[in-house]
Design a protein around this ligand. Sequence first.
Ligand code: NIG
Ligand code: FE
Length: 414
Amino acid sequence: MGNKLLIKHAGELVTASGGVKSGQSMNRLGVIKDGAVTVEDGVITRVGTTDEVLSQIDVTDYRVIDADGKCVLPGFIDSHTHFVFGGYRMEEFYWRVSGMHYMEIMKRGGGIASTVEATRKAGKEELKRLGIERLNSMLDMGVTTVEGKSGYGLDIETEIRQLEVMKELDEEHPVDIVPTFLGAHAVPAEYRENRQKYIELLVERAIPEVGKRKLARFCDVFCEEGVFSVQESELILQTGKRWGMKPKLHADEIANTGGAELAARIGAVSADHLLKVSDEGIDMMAENGVVAALLPITAFSLREPFARARDIIDRGAAVALATDMNPGSCYSNSIPLLFALAVLYMNMTPEEAVTALTINAAAAVDMDDKIGSIEAGKQGDLIIISGPSYRYIPYYIGVNTVETVVKKGKVVVN
Ligand code: NIG
Ligand code: FE
C-alpha cells in the first residue's frame, strides 16, 4: 500500500502535457474526462481514463482517492516571489493608496531599503518561522513549488542567510523551493554615493560565494530606471552565469529600459513584470524562448496598467503567471486573485491561465522536465479543486477552490 496512490473519477483531469507552450498552443490543456492518475514513490506512473487505469492495476495495492467528479490539475508553481523577509510595509501601502508613487517612496529611502533594515535585524529562526507561515498559505492554495529570491540583505551575510533559510525550508516543508540570488535588488544605503563599489561587491565577492556554495539556481536583477541599468544588469547576470546561476530579470516594470531585449540577448530563463515591454522586446523573447512571467497582482497593487498579456501571447511568447509575493509592491500570494485578474482584466482564457501557472511556470524555473504537468515520469504534485472543471477556478472569483494537495504522492492538504 504505502507509497502507491490512485486518484480516480476526476471530472476533468487536466494534464497540461506536451511541454512548455507559447502563443496559441497555450490553449491546449489536455483534458481527460473521468480521468485517473497513479503515483508511486512520488512519481506519476499512469494517466488515463478511470477505466483504462483501473484495468492496469491491482487496486488493493493503492491508497485510493475518489475525486467524485471534481477537477484534478498539476500543482501550481509560483515562479516569482520574495517570500523570505523581515518586517512589513503597511504604512507604505497606505501612502501609495493616497497617491504616492512606488518609486517616489524608494527614492526617499523607504521601499526595499526599509525591508532590508528589518531583514538584517531578523535572525534566521525568525525568517524561517515567517517563511513557514507563508509557505503554508501558498500550499493551501495549491502551490507545490515556489521560487524565492534573496535581495533583502544587500550585504553578503544577510543575502546568504536568506538563501540558507530557503535551503532549510526546502528540506523541512512540503513545498519545493527554487532559490534565486537577487543581490542586485537595490543599491543599499551605505553604497548610495558609490554604486560602482556595490556592483564590484556583487561581482567579485557575493556571486562567487553564492556560486561556490550552490545556494541559488538563478541570478536576478531589478533592471529599472534609477535602480540597475541594462549595462549593469548584463554584467551581473553574465557573472552569475559563470558561477552556474541562470539569468532571470525584473524587466520593463515601471519604465521601458530594454530589459526584455537584454533577457533575450543573454538567454535568460524568464523576464518578469513587463508592464512596459515593447513589441520588439516581446518578439525577441519569443524568438529566444524567454518565458514572460507576468505578475498581475503587482500591477493591481501599484495601480499600474496590466501587462499586455494578449499581445505577448499573440506574438508567440510563452507566458507564465506568478504572484511576486513581497512586503512592498505586492503583499499577496493569492492564487485565486491572480486567476481573477488574468482572466477578467488581462483577457487571458482560462486555458491560458492554467497553462501559465503549471507547465509554463515550470519552464520559468527551468523545471519543465520534472513538474508542471500530469504525465508519467513527472513528480506526483497534484491538486483537487471543489468544482468539476478548471474553468471553475477563475469563475469562483477570489475564493480558494483547492481542497486537496498531493505533494510527491503524499496528501499534504485535505
Ligand atoms: O518584484 N520590483 C522589484 N522588486 C519587487 C518589489 C520588492 C519590494 O517592493 O520590496 C517586485 O515588485
Ligand atoms: Fe519581484
